[in-house]
Write a protein that binds this ligand. Sequence first.
Ligand code: SF4
Ligand code: SF4
Length: 443
Amino acid sequence: MKRIKRGLIFPERYDEAKKALGRKKIEEISLPEEIIIPMSQHIGAPASPIVSVGERVLVGQKVADSEAFISAPMHSSVSGEVKAIEPRLGGDGKKVLSIVITPDDKEETISFKGLSDEEAKDPDRVRAAVREAGVVGMGGAGFPTHVKLTPPKDKPIFDVIINGGECEPYLAADHRNFLERGDKILDGLKIIMATVGAKRGYIGIETNKIDAIYHMDKLASSEGNIKVMPLNAIYPQGAEKQLIETILGKEVPSGGLPSDVGALVQNAGTAAAISEAVRGGRPLIERTISVSGHGMASFTNIRAKIGTPISHIIEECGGFKGKIGKVVVGGPMTGVALFDLSVPVIKGTSGVIAFTVEDTSIPNPRPCIRCGRCVDICPVRIMPNYISQYIEVDQVDRADDFDVMDCIECGLCSYVCPATRPFIQLIRHAKAKIIAEQKREEK
Ligand code: SF4
Ligand code: SF4
């Protein structure tokens, strides 16, 4: 059994919640009254609308695109009429230009055309098909997938890893994807390997999804160069660099990328989306989402159309239960708390979690008592205690000396800190300052 060197095994009650969710089949939900498609759902340049207000659009129709290489187009997830093109609130609390569509109940779809088996052997055609389908990383970061499929020429890729870590509590979307869309995940992995010329493929799945391990092992049994790797269920096993170290025993250098050690990691849902884009020409217009937390009437996995308001999802999944303290999109460790439920599901939304007031507490940060817990637990072996103190006194350059840029924002330091120090907020602030400074120097 493989496992990361430092991390946290969550209390059993979280694992029980996750197991219960893992047994729930993916359900369809009804159409909302409006679909909101933000122009920035990925890392890189935002897309620009190519439709106008009043125009009728079909399911799968491209509605926005960009000429930038690091970007991705957007497609309508419904048929209906473009009601508005205006700034709307996103999950990060900022307003972003969005195409708002009023769905009709016709579900009229454009005709999709995939690549032939022969065409799918051409890496450039695969990259173009993946780009055209608007596929981006669905694990949360939203990196455009065609860019990931174009590694630098001097850095050959030998190993491709499908990330089935899904190590945060309350999430089971990838667990269900393995069970219900495993054939597409495996096909996506084979497409990625052929496209980047990798020799070996791995599917890393944590042992709290034992049925997914068996299922994928059976599907991949005839593939000589693909292995299913059972991983210990420990957070943050699903972080890219940690997964590479666990499975391949290689450490991605500080400030480096997986390609520096000949590896490429792709989320399970993204692999399925690659298969759909290449084989069927189907754009990324819906995704699997876990809806859970003790504040929800029930735990459910759903197939949500991109652009569906979170409020509609909560309603469709039975609504709230008890007094709600916080609603988070993503996992409880790395997700973002919402202050407005009208924000839409985007390509990187893995879950919606409602916490009751009993589950949540308002932190009251105090000075560090030098217990060292944050240092002991940090999976990238940096020193959150010193880093946070330097940032507080605006010595960001000192925080940079302590490798703040290597932080993967897993939140473990905050989880264990008895002084409830706001590490992530401070670290994000420092990273933004350092990046802005680097850009200024480049000019
Ligand atoms: S410093 Fe960053 S990587 Fe280390 S525990 Fe804290 S959030 Fe995680
Ligand atoms: S866990 Fe909190 S109190 Fe302990 S050393 Fe780290 S910052 Fe200080």
